[in-house]
Every structure is written in structure tokens, then in C-alpha cells.
Write a protein that binds this ligand. Structure first.
Ligand code: ATP
Ligand code: MG
Length: 586
């Protein structure tokens, strides 16, 4: 094997990447041009309550990509405000995923790094008369909240004195009250048309151990409060999130403005004491549409159920839309970035066709994956006119369109494996491959004719006995003789037995989330989504590094399994077929 590039060393598809100019990048450009910001700063804020999925790849490419393009910085912030659902396993996977996608964070932060700051900020709100401790139960709060058409009613606790509120909040913090007994609420407007502004909760009581802060806190901040102030603390200039947060933006701004971190340096003292820099900025939240594909489910809850009920083989099952799953499937970071670029950034929510995702992978691997030969459903073929001991090394180019991939040696001998479907004893009309008495070209080796079919007692074809036309060998004039078809092969003596996992879409229907008729996504699992075959690969495929992608000629794109592949026991996963076979099925 010579000149094989490093695993999946995709050349940047620069030719396809015009300057990106979506509405968010336009805002960033204007803010820099007008001097509103000297530098920009973004963050990617996942909640570590599950694995990241393809949708998150869009947010990651946007948050980190914009920082990169405009010479700014992007933090990875773990939004760990809900300890009951969070786990260090997810934290590790999130970091792995972001790095795999090719991005580097400026700082790794946790919302929990700011618990002390958030607490002091809450006391400030109380002192300003902007927050109060409420004793209503969750059900009562709901009843008081009103609806889209009716205003809410003020909590009977809304007019507590500052002193009483401070005392109660400090006792909440000291752990004096049971879960759910009280909340700290913002005092905004129970008649607001925006329900998010109807005195939303800022803190709740939860006696749960936290993965970072242990048992230090019996109260935890709510998402909107923690998120907006974390952005402000980190000096985030552009806080990018998905459209469902649009209605939360007024609350986001309210929190940032009322707390006014820049005017109250004492609030950030706990941070500076810890050696964490404080970079004040007034962050601006901008929303964009979520990425959704048909044939997939992307809700963390549903993905969790698939894993917990054993319907897939874990979070990194190659059929899962998690980044760990599609990585194992053979998706490359450059394919995902290409997909995100093609989809673009807008405010229109839509359900995209999965062929956009698969098409990006095909295009990426077509350019980036070296070619190899593998036989997935083998049948023995014997070239009877070659001596038993015949053995030679043929030279194959690794990529038909890119010489820089170099060449490799492919062993050729008297006995070969070919694909069972490449032979038909009774050929259907238009069949262009091997038939009894017919000719076919063995890729790169010469033209053969099938003289005899050997069957077992059941009548199954077990061996094809053929002759190799000696005038048709590589470089000879007879090699140009016209035959109908070309098939691939692997030398039986040299080929390495391989486990080949044939993956397909996990769901049989385009909209598995549709639960009309009492069905759920679990009723639409594709029983054919994972088939395991035992085939043979040429030596230069067996010796691949884990995660190296190949095009197995005529069969599709495959990747050496990240965990199970070994040179002496190769395991390959089908990443995607060569052509979209679902377009015709649907
Ligand atoms: P899910 O709804 O699947 O549980 P989430 O939105 O709760 O996901 P977070 O961990 O809060 O997951 O998401 C981190 C960031 O990724 C957020 O800024 C969120 O807006 C963004 N994000 C999540 N899902 C998508 C998606 N499908 N497309 C684009 N961005 C997404
Ligand atoms: Mg979320």
C-alpha cells in the first residue's frame, strides 16, 4: 500500500464554499463595521442530559464557525442547571463530539461555575423589588398563570417586603424548605401577552446532588435566568439559539438589564476570586430554525427510550442520529459541515429530506475515500487455466479522479471471490454481468468466460469454473475488447474474512414522530436496518485504521468500525449506498 492518506483526510471543499452571508452573519458583520463590538464572542450551550445529535451539529457549526470566521471566540458551556438529569458520561461525549467536528473552544465553562454570581444577582433583584419568594404550589402557579387569551393573576405573595423576601430566599438557600415548597419569581407583569413574562420562576428548591457542585446547593436557577446571565458573565456578544426561544427573548433581556452586571462588580467577585475572567458585554439573542430531517427522530427523550429499551445497541449505534452514532456509521466531520452549509441558516422551520444529509456524505466521500474491493455475499470463482500456484500483484489506483491518492498492489490468484449477485445462470433481460458461457471483465485483471457451474446437493451454486483470456491481461491490446460488464473480486487466498454491517434507515416511514392511529415511532422501526454479512476484503482494506472510510467499488461507502475493527478480524460498517435507493422505493 503506498500513499494512503490519513483516515478521512478530506480535502477542504473550498470550491463549494462561497462566503457565507446568512442573516446572522450579516448582523455580526454590521456590528463589527459599526464598532458596536470590537470582537465577537459566541457560545455553544448544550445541556448534558443526553448525547448530541445531528441537529446540534448545525448549532455547533454556527456558534463555532462564526467565531472562527470573524476572528472571535466561542466557549463551550455546559448548561448544567438541572442536576437530576445530568451525567458526566454526557459531558465527555459532548466534548468529544465538538472536537470531532473540528472545533476548539476558547473556554470550557459550566453554568454551575456561576451559581454564586447568580445567587448574588438574585439578592440584588430582591433588593430592587424585582423578585419575590412565592409559596404557591406548582399547580397553583399554573392556575394563576392564565392562558393565551386570559391574563394571569398576581400571586398573593407578590407584595412581600424586601426584608421578608431576603430572609426567605436565604433560608431557601440554607436548605430549610423541602422541594417545591417555594420559588423565587421575577416580578414582571401577570397581564403580559407573553406568558414568559408572567412572573416566571428564577429559582426552585431541589435537594439533589449536582455533578459539579455536589451538595452545596439545595436551590437551582431556572433556564432563562441562568442562560442569559451566563452569557452576560462570559461577554457573549451574539447568543445564537433555536426559534423556540424567540418568545423568551424579552425575559432574557429583562434578566440582563435588571441585574446589570457591568454596574455591579461586586456580583462577579466570586468569579474573579476563582480566577475566572469577567468580560462584560450586553449579549444579544438571535434565533434561527432548528434542523429537522425526515426518517429520523431527534428528541432526546425518544432517543433515550430507544437506548433504554434495547431497540438499538446504545447511544453510538450507527443507526442513531446522535453524533456518536453517525460517526460510527462513517459520517465525516466534513460531510456534516458541508450539509450544514448547504442547508443554510434562516428563520423558517422545515422538515428536510434525509437525502440532503446522505448526499453530503456521498459527495464528501466520493472525493475523500480511497477505493478498495470487497465482496459482501461471496461465491467462489476458479480460473481453471491458471496454475494452482499462480499469484501476482496487480497495480490499482486508489482514486479514479485524484492521482494524489496513489496506487496500491492487489493480489490476484487462481481462486477468487465474486459477488453472488454478479452471476445469473438464467440471466434476466439486460443482465450485464456473468452468465454461463458469457464474458465479463474482472476489474483490473482481464476478461473471463464462465464454462461450468458447480452446485451442491440442494442445487445452490457453490463454484464457478471460468477461463481467463490470456490476451486480455492489463496492458495488452486484448484488454480493450468490448464486454458488457465489469465486476469486482477478491483473491480467495489473500482476501481477509470480514464482518460487514449493512446499515439502513432506522425507520420505515418519513414521519416517525406522527402518532396518529395510536402508533408511535417504535412501531415504525425498520427490521432491515441492520444486517450482518460475512464477506472478504482485499488486504489493503483489512489493514485500515479504525474510522478509515473507503468506497468498496460498486458496493457503497464503508468505514472501519471505530471500536471493533482489527486488521486480522476486520469489521466494516456501511455508511451509505452509492446511490439513493430510497428515492425510488418511496
Ligand atoms: P432536544 O430538544 O433534542 O432535547 P435541546 O434543544 O434541549 O435538544 P440543548 O442541549 O439545550 O438541547 O441544545 C444546545 C443547543 O443546540 C441549543 O442552543 C439549541 O438551540 C441547539 N439545538 C438543539 N437542537 C437543535 C436542532 N435540531 N437544530 C439546531 N440547533 C439545535
Ligand atoms: Mg434545550
Amino acid at each position: 500500500m503506498s500513499n494512503t492518506p490519513a483516515p478521512n483526510a478530506a480535502p477542504e471543499t473550498a470550491a463549494e464554499a462561497p462566503v457565507k452571508n446568512d442573516f446572522i452573519r450579516q448582523i455580526v458583520r454590521e456590528d463589527l463595521a459599526s464598532g458596536k463590538h470590537q470582537a465577537i464572542k459566541t457560545r455553544f450551550p448544550p445541556e448534558p442530559n443526553g448525547y448530541l445529535h445531528i441537529g446540534h451539529a448545525k448549532a455547533i457549526c454556527l456558534d463555532f464557525g462564526i467565531a472562527q470566521e470573524f476572528g472571535g471566540e466561542c466557549n463551550l458551556r455546559l448548561d448544567d442547571t438541572n442536576p437530576a438529569k445530568e451525567d458526566p458520561e454526557y459531558v465527555r461525549a459532548i466534548q468529544d463530539d465538538v472536537q470531532w467536528l473540528g472545533f476548539h473552544w476558547h473556554d470550557l465553562r459550566h453554568a454551575s461555575d456561576y451559581f454564586e454570581v447568580l445567587y448574588l444577582a438574585a439578592e440584588k433583584l430582591i433588593q430592587q423589588g424585582d423578585a419575590f419568594v412565592c409559596d404557591l404550589s406548582a399547580d397553583e402557579v399554573r392556575a394563576y398563570r392564565g392562558s393565551l387569551t386570559e391574563p394571569g393573576r398576581n400571586s398573593p405573595y407578590r407584595d412581600r417586603s424586601v426584608e421578608e423576601n431576603l430572609d426567605l430566599f436565604r433560608r431557601m438557600r440554607a436548605g430549610e424548605f423541602p422541594d417545591g415548597a417555594r420559588t423565587l419569581r421575577a416580578k414582571i407583569d401577570m397581564a403580559s401577552g407573553n406568558i414568559n413574562l408572567r412572573d416566571p420562576a428564577l429559582y426552585r428548591i431541589k435537594h439533589v446532588e449536582h455533578q459539579n457542585t455536589g451538595n452545596a446547593w439545595p436551590i437551582y436557577p431556572m433556564y432563562d435566568y441562568a442562560h442569559s446571565l451566563s452569557d452576560a458573565v462570559e461577554g457573549i456578544t451574539h447568543s445564537l439559539c433555536t426559534l423556540e426561544f424567540e418568545d423568551h427573548r424579552p425575559l432574557y433581556d429583562w434578566c440582563v438589564d435588571k441585574v446589570g452586571l457591568t454596574q455591579s462588580p461586586e456580583l462577579v467577585k466570586p468569579l474573579t476570586d476563582k480566577g475566572l475572567p469577567f468580560e462584560a458585554a450586553k449579549p444579544r439573542q438571535i434565533e434561527f430554525s432548528r434542523l429537522n430531517f425526515n426518517y429520523l427522530v431527534m428528541s432526546k427523550r425518544k432517543l433515550m427510550a430507544l437506548v433504554q429499551e434495547g431497540l438499538v445497541d446504545g447511544w453510538d449505534d450507527p443507526r442513531m442520529p446522535t453524533l456518536q452514532g453517525i460517526r460510527r456509521r462513517g459520517y465525516t466531520p466534513s460531510a456534516l459541515r458541508l450539509m450544514v452549509d448547504r442547508v443554510g441558516i434562516s428563520k423558517q422551520n422545515s422538515l428536510l429530506d434525509l437525502s440532503i444529509l446522505e448526499g453530503a456524505l456521498r459527495d464528501d466521500l466520493d472525493a475523500a475515500a480511497p477505493r478498495r474491493m470487497a465482496v459482501i455475499d461471496p461465491i467462489k470463482l476458479v480460473l481453471t487455466n491458471l496454475p494452482e500456484s499462480h499469484e501476482e500483484q496487480l497495480t490499482f489506483s486508489n482514486h479514479p479522479k485524484n492521482e494524489s491518492f496513489g496506487e496500491r498492489r492487489v493480489p490476484f490468484a487462481r481462486e477468487l471471490w465474486i459477488e453472488r449477485e454478479d452471476f445469473e445462470e438464467v440471466p434476466p433481460k439486460g443482465f450485464k454481468r456473468l452468465t454461463l458461457g458469457g464474458d465479463v471483465r474482472l476489474r483490473g485483471a482481464g476478461i473471463i468466460r464462465c464454462d461450468e457451474v458447480v452446485k451442491d446437493a440442494d442445487g445452490t451454486v457453490v463454484e464457478l469454473r471460468c477461463t481467463l483470456d490470456p490476451e486480455s491481461r492489463p496492458g495488452m491490446e486484448g484488454a480493450n475488447r468490448k464486454v458488457k460488464g465489469t465486476i469486482h473480486w477478491v483473491s480467495a487466498k489473500h482476501g481477509v474474512k470480514a464482518e460487514i454491517r449493512l446499515y439502513d434507515r432506522l425507520f420505515t416511514v418519513a414521519d416517525p414522530d406522527n402518532d396518529e392511529g395510536g402508533k408511535t415511532y417504535k412501531d415504525y422501526l425498520n427490521p432491515e436496518s441492520r444486517r450482518v454479512a460475512t464477506g472478504y476484503v482485499e488486504p489493503a482494506a483489512a489493514t485500515a485504521a479504525a474510522e478509515q472510510s473507503f468506497q468498496f467499488e460498486r458496493m457503497g461507502y464503508f468505514v472501519a468500525d471505530r471500536y471493533d475493527h482489527r486488521a486480522d478480524a476486520p469489521v466494516f460498517n456501511r455508511s451509505v449506498t452509492l446511490r439513493d435507493t430510497w428515492a425510488t422505493k418511496a
